[in-house]
Design a protein around this ligand. Structure first.
Ligand SMILES: [Zn+2]
Length: 87
């Protein structure tokens, strides 16, 4: 399914630090507050806790999101909705 899962073993070997539940690969939606607006990033690959729904994002994905947020900041859009779905 996912090609991004192998680099960070810490993500897959530890249980949720919040509730101890199992983490499973999944997708999440991130909302980043810019002050004057927000950026919504959908279809973000993440490890999601099966019990409480907390999510963790890969460093590589976090970098991508930073770039997206930076672009949105330059555009000064009040609301930007972006899908990270791999094309
Ligand atoms: Zn949890």
């Amino acid at each position: 399914m996912t090609s991004l899962s192998t680099q960070h073993s810490a993500l897959s070997t530890t249980n949720c630090p919040l509730c101890g539940g199992d983490k499973a690969p999944g997708k999440t939606t991130m909302t980043v507050e810019l002050g004057y607006g927000i950026v919504v990033i959908r279809d973000v690959p993440a490890k999601v806790c099966a019990l409480c729904g907390a999510d963790w994002i890969d460093d590589a994905i976090a970098g991508k999101i930073e770039n997206i947020v930076e672009e949105a900041r330059k555009k000064h859009s009040q609301m930007e909705v972006i899908s990270l779905k791999a094309s």
